[in-house]
Design a binder for this molecule. Structure first.
Ligand code: GLA
Length: 401
């Protein structure tokens, strides 16, 4: 017991005294592509290079996507000095070459490791090698690190309690290692929300997962989405809630559902890490992922996460505060039937959340725009009737006149 108390005191001392992450990174939610959702362990140099090419040629880069991240399975062991060994069959030219290639396209390079002794796929993890790995990543030119939570607790941990304190310690160690290595790196915490990272990770990482892994299914989307309610006060520039990467374009949902997925993630100020095969994107999927008006909600520099203003079961109204005293409204139809709803834009303009207050705005000072139709509403009346297809959304933005 005594030993455990000392451990906790040591952890908090460490966290408070040497708290240091790279500032001024991820001032808006990071945007990019990650290999996991589509390719799992089937990653290679050729795949990543082709994806970087496709991000540029498809217009994704112009829409704001920047980080190209290799998830699990690029690593196969450690040498006698403890240096991480890259899979030479899949990455014959090595990570420095790949990073240089990605940088030459005007993109940024991301990699994955784990706070445990193994990664989730059983590859070598970072535990005990944090400073060494961080130096290696810096020498390769890594700009983004996703850090997982497998094999980090339980039987593999002899000395640490499997608790929030242990998570704070593990992630703070890697944060300090990255900082000591000197190359600015966006630090993505992936403990699946198990240790409530929103409560402590603001000084540790730039984003943190809030729940279990997403699956390419409508039901999974809703479960994850519901877990974000109430977390809005923890997000802001440089520190974001991460409901997990996008499944848009992976085939398990309809186009309407993918539109909803993308709109909700934008309303949540969530990181926009795509997870589809950009090389083979259909025009419909590309239109979703590159809808600049919807992306602008996500990338708004005020950095406010949207909140649920009305929850009528199958019908919800979400509001996101934007810069310049503007705001976005998202109407969500979760049901299997078409919904006809009446929307009073005058009322929605004066709604306040529990954590931010707005001036009493006047509807006459705004134009209201439909961000999927790319059209302004005529607004002869403040109330309009809207038809929302099943599993779909309507997204509006109040723009100052
Ligand atoms: C965990 C993470 C996923 C992915 C896999 C890789 O499940 O939550 O996003 O990184 O590990 O093994």
């Amino acid at each position: 017991m005594m030993k455990q108390n000392l451990w906790i005191v040591a952890v908090f001392f460490f966290v408070n005294v040497s708290a240091q992450k790279f500032d001024n990174l991820a001032q808006t939610p990071p945007m990019g592509w990650n290999s996991w959702n589509k390719f799992n362990c089937d990653v290679s140099e050729v795949l990543i290079m082709e994806m970087a090419d496709a991000i540029v040629s498809s217009g994704m880069k112009d829409a704001g996507y920047e980080y190209v991240v290799i998830d699990d399975c690029w690593q196969v062991g450690r040498d006698k000095n403890g240096e991480i060994i890259v899979d030479k069959d899949r990455f014959p030219k090595g990570m420095k070459y790949l990073a240089d290639y990605i940088h030459s396209k005007g993109l940024k390079f991301g990699i994955y490791s784990c706070a445990g002794i193994y990664t989730c796929q059983g590859r070598p993890g970072g535990r005990g090698h944090e400073f060494q790995d961080a130096r290696t990543y810096a020498s390769w030119g890594v700009d983004y690190l996703k850090y997982d939570w497998c094999y980090a607790t339980g039987k593999d941990v002899k000395t640490a309690p499997s608790s929030k304190e242990h998570a704070i310690y593990s992630y703070s160690t890697m944060r300090d290692a990255l900082y000591a290595a000197g190359r600015p790196v966006v630090f993505s915490i992936c403990d699946w929300g198990f240790q409530q990272p929103w409560e402590w990770a603001g000084d540790v990482g730039h984003l943190w997962r809030t729940y279990h892994d997403i699956k390419d299914r409508w039901a999974s989307l809703l479960i994850i989405f519901d877990k974000q309610k109430g977390l809005e006060k923890y997000a802001g520039p440089g520190h974001w809630n991460d409901p997990d990467m996008l499944e848009v374009g992976n085939g398990g949902m309809t186009i309407e559902e993918y539109k909803t997925h993308f709109s909700l993630w934008c309303m949540l100020a969530a990181p926009l890490m795509t997870g589809n095969d950009i090389r083979e994107m259909t025009p419909e999927i590309k239109d979703i992922l590159t809808n600049k008006e919807i992306i602008a909600l996500n990338q708004d520099t005020l950095g406010k996460q949207g909140f649920c203003y009305r929850d009528n079961g199958n019908y919800e109204i979400w509001i996101k505060k934007l810069g310049n005293n503007e705001r976005a409204v998202c109407l969500l139809n979760r049901s299997d039937e078409i919904k006809n709803v009446q929307v009073d834009f005058k009322v929605l303009l004066t709604v306040n959340s529990t954590y931010w207050k707005l001036e009493p705005y006047k509807l006459e000072d705004y134009k209201v725009r439909d961000l999927w139709e790319h059209k302004e509403l005529s607004m002869k009346e403040s109330t309009i009737y809207v038809e929302i297809p099943p599993h779909s959304v309507k997204v509006f933005r109040y723009n100052k006149k």
